[in-house]
Design a protein around this ligand. Structure first.
Ligand code: SF4
Length: 221
């Protein structure tokens, strides 16, 4: 059981909109509220049904993406690969228009982030990952139909392991790797679908789709 940061209700899967457990992120939020008052500017809630069988864990909202729209990966560069992949694999239906009101629905997947508030320069700290980990832990525990978690990048991979009480050193991150966690839940790793990774060729569309198709094959039936 992950210890919740001070001021956070035990077993809550969603932070308060003014969660101040991370002073640096809280200060950044206050600044963004003044600079971009029309933005969401709060911890971004997970998206998708709690009964989903696949949980996708990312890093954190982007300033002008999910922090603006209030939906994970929506408006972020990374969403340009994630959402089309979800639509192509049948994990989502509708159209992705980079807006929270585009009507897109997740069918068998849910999306969350290791850290729910936007960090400056997209960089999170160890204490911030730890402070937000209780939400991820409670969320995983609440997902009764969960069969697999897709971790996008090393931060998400480590956060998932911490959230289920496992040591990171026993499960080394590798793109395409699949590990078995307690209760038979699978952890599948992918490089993060950030613009940096796709622009540099570290992650191709095929590499990303292969991870999702593999998880579908492993969790079918
Ligand atoms: S990142 Fe998580 S723990 Fe930190 S302030 Fe935001 S919601 Fe609270």
């Amino acid at each position: 059981m992950v210890k919740m940061a001070k001021g956070i209700k035990p077993n809550a899967i969603m932070p308060n909109s003014n969660c101040a457990a991370c002073p640096r992120l809280n200060a950044f939020r206050v600044k963004n509220k003044s600079q971009f008052p029309e933005y969401f500017n709060a911890p971004v809630p997970s998206f998708g049904p709690i009964k989903a069988k696949i949980l996708i864990a990312g890093l954190a909202p982007g300033l002008h993406g999910a922090n603006q729209t209030g939906r994970p990966f929506t408006g972020d560069g990374a969403g340009e690969l994630l959402y089309p992949t979800l639509l192509k694999t049948g994990m989502a239906q509708g159209s992705y228009l980079a807006r929270a009101d585009d009507g897109l629905e997740l069918t068998i997947a849910r999306i969350t982030n290791a850290v729910r508030c936007v960090p400056p320069q997209n960089k999170v700290t160890g204490p911030e990952i730890a402070a937000c980990n209780g939400f991820l832990s409670a969320e995983i525990a609440s997902m009764d139909s969960l069969r697999a978690i897709i971790a996008l990048g090393t931060v998400a991979h480590g956060a998932v392991l911490s959230a289920v009480g496992l040591k990171k050193s026993a499960f080394k991150f590798a793109h395409g790797a699949v590990f078995e966690l307690p209760k038979g839940i699978l952890l599948a790793d992918s490089y993060h679908c950030s613009r940096y990774n796709t622009n540099t060729g570290r992650l191709t569309t095929k590499m990303f789709e292969d991870v999702f198709n593999n998880v579908l094959a492993l969790t079918n039936g």
